[in-house]
Design a protein around this ligand. Structure first.
Ligand SMILES: Cc1ncc(COP(=O)(O)O)c(C=O)c1O
Length: 380
């Protein structure tokens, strides 16, 4: 690829450096230090505190949902959200194979099994069309939900993931799931700030899950959030993630097996300071995406952009190369020259623990697996 050197130079120009350029690093440009010192001074550094409450309110405002629950990380958020939807041991959850391993792991933590549905080429997320085809063949609609004709197991949730912040075709997907009585949980770990028809991702399904891991658009070191418009479900989420303790001034009474999935106040302080800057981060990343878009267009490389009716947060930006050998050359040359790039994940059924899970043909997922590469996307 003749243009590879110009790609490397262009990215270095964007970040105005000749040093190593990582894929995505945090940007601490606001009240982070102030809030962290506040927290230390207050001594409330652990699992309760004012910043935890503030973080939950901020997440409700950002996602326009009625209840947000702060948790320890995005994986825990998905796991508990599945439990809130009633996913039980032995059930199945429809999801995509083209995702980060946490999506599938969270299903397995509930002793349920993932079933892999293909993705759309445009969004790289769970395909409503493929879902409809799968359910036509395997769905068995009963009074209490949908069962899989092949396995006899209950399909108790659908878990689409908004890959790199590009929203899936939510309306179509939710319509199909409603018809088949399958509740939707959005894995919005990567899509804080992304919108579908003007509304926040994470707010369309019965529940949404976000991550605030160190590589995300907004980070608090490690953290997650569950969001929902069902206040009862949200309160149950809070209760389950805080050891299922019945409120009492001094007695320890726990009436269910809950989790210690609380986000420490120290992390929540960082999260609040970061969330205050979300709008600026989004604008900054959109500017970079525009620069990339016109540069790659003039170099004949497909830079992935948001689909109609959506606004992507451009968390991790990516290009689609012609084929696997072009991809490998791109990865090798950029990384050798100090520009970090990374292929998209291996499909979940290539991993030993998910190799035997039921799946459809995965034509699009396999196409993208060989071609998509993430490029540096940090806020500049
Ligand atoms: C798609 C997806 N789901 C879930 C997670 C899990 O989030 P966490 O790392 O906060 O547990 C991540 C990110 O790490 C992710 O990218």
């Amino acid at each position: 690829m003749n243009s590879i050197n110009s790609v490397i130079s262009f990215i270095k120009e964007q970040y105005k450096t000749d040093n190593f350029i990582p894929l995505h690093i945090p940007h601490f440009g606001g009240n982070e230090k102030k809030y962290l010192i506040d927290t230390i001074d207050s001594t409330f550094v652990s699992s309760v505190g004012a910043y935890v409450d503030q973080f939950e309110v901020m997440m409700q405002d950002i996602t326009h949902t009625k209840r947000a629950v702060a948790v320890v990380n995005g994986t825990a958020a998905i796991q508990v959200a599945l439990r809130l939807l009633g996913v039980k041991a032995g059930d199945e959850v429809l999801t995509q194979a083209l995702t980060f391993v946490a999506t599938a792991n969270a299903i397995a933590y509930q002793n349920a099994t993932p079933v892999f549905i293909d993705v759309d080429l445009d969004t790289m997320g769970l395909s409503a069309k493929a879902l409809a085809v799968f359910l036509e063949e395997f769905g068995d609609l009963r009074y209490d939900g949908c069962y899989n004709k092949k396995t006899g197991k209950k399909i108790s949730a659908c878990l689409p993931m908004h890959t790199f912040g590009f929203p899936v075709h939510l309306e179509e997907l939710i319509k199909i799931c409603d018809n088949w009585k399958i509740p939707v949980l959005e894995d919005a770990a990567e899509s804080l700030g992304s919108e579908y028809k003007g509304k926040s991702t994470g707010s369309f399904g019965k529940v949404g899950a976000f991550s605030f891991n160190g590589n995300k658009i907004v980070t608090c070191g490690g953290g997650g959030a569950i969001v929902t418009n069902d206040v009862t479900m949200g309160e149950k989420g809070k209760y389950l993630t805080t050891t299922a303790k019945i409120p009492h001034p001094y007695e320890y009474v726990h009436d269910e097996m809950g989790y210690n999935f609380r986000m420490p106040n120290l992390n929540a302080a960082l999260a609040c300071a970061q969330l205050e800057q979300l709008t600026g981060f989004l604008e900054n990343k959109r500017k970079l995406a525009k620069e990339y878009e016109s540069f790659f267009a003039s170099n004949g490389i497909n830079f992935r952009t948001e689909t109609p009716d959506t606004k992507a947060n451009y968390w991790l930006m990516c290009v689609e190369l012609e084929n696997k050998s072009e991809r490998d050359l791109f990865l090798k040359s950029t990384n050798k020259n100090g520009v970090m790039t990374r292929p998209i994940w291996q499909l979940m059924y290539r991993l030993p623990m998910y190799a035997n899970c039921q799946r459809d043909k995965q034509v699009n997922a396999e196409f993208l697996e060989e071609r998509i590469v993430n490029i540096p996307s940090s806020v500049r």
